[in-house]
Design a protein around this ligand. Structure first.
Ligand SMILES: CC(C)(COP(=O)(O)OP(=O)(O)OC[C@H]1O[C@@H](n2cnc3c(N)ncnc32)[C@H](O)[C@@H]1OP(=O)(O)O)[C@@H](O)C(=O)NCCC(=O)NCCS
Length: 176
């Protein structure tokens, strides 16, 4: 089972069925959904995802594992983690009411420490839409390097869009 991780202000923990309404509510906001794969996010979507996470129980090869980020027991965001052998891909979404306060940086930093330290991974990568300046800032602040700009790599909400690829190696993380 995924063991909760504490940071100075936050807890990263497994999702619980009670998180579904808050999870659906912020994921369904237009500003959160704008540059994500979904258009809208229903309570049923949230319940289904949480059920899948409970079945997985922990990060599992080639499956997206979603981690809840809480502040004083309140769900404020989620981190996504897809293990691929000694590598992983990450994602993240935060409730706008809890953005711009350093919570995304603090929780993703803890996830990187878990991935490189506890799991002993070699490399982590993320992709982001070039229009997503908050996401790019977050990755660069944590030491990710831009590895590529993939032209019209992704069919997204009715158009071909570019993707930026960011990578971070274990030895780069340890140096930080
Ligand atoms: C991408 C996303 C997670 C970024 O989150 P965020 O809220 O901007 O991230 P943070 O709060 O950690 O950092 C933002 C700012 O908070 C500020 N901040 C305030 N208090 C802070 C503190 N105590 N510690 C650190 N930073 C703090 C920092 O100045 C930082 O600004 P900077 O980047 O200029 O340094 C968020 O915009 C989001 O959820 N977007 C919608 C979903 C989405 O698009 N996901 C990405 C798909 S690829």
């Amino acid at each position: 089972m995924f063991q909760a991780i504490k940071t100075p202000r936050l807890t990263l923990r497994a999702f619980e069925p009670e998180d579904a309404p808050a999870f659906a509510a912020y994921r369904n906001l237009p500003e959160v959904a704008a540059l994500q794969t979904w258009e809208s996010y229903s309570l049923e979507n949230a319940q289904h995802l949480i059920q899948t996470m409970q079945t997985l129980g922990k990060p599992t090869d080639f499956q997206w594992y979603q981690i809840a980020v809480t502040l004083e027991e309140k769900l404020i965001g989620d981190l996504a983690f897809k293990l691929k052998g000694q590598q992983a891909e990450i994602g993240y979404s935060f409730n706008p009411a809890f953005q711009n306060q350093g919570y995304a940086t603090e929780s993703l930093g803890a996830l990187l420490e878990y991935a490189f330290g506890t799991l002993g991974l070699h490399r982590i990568h993320a992709t982001t839409d070039p229009r997503n300046t908050a996401s790019i800032r977050l990755l660069e602040k944590l030491g990710f390097r831009k590895e590529g700009h993939l032209k019209e790599n992704f069919w997204f909400k009715g158009a071909w869009v570019d993707d930026l690829l960011y990578g971070l190696l274990a030895r780069e993380w340890k140096r930080l």
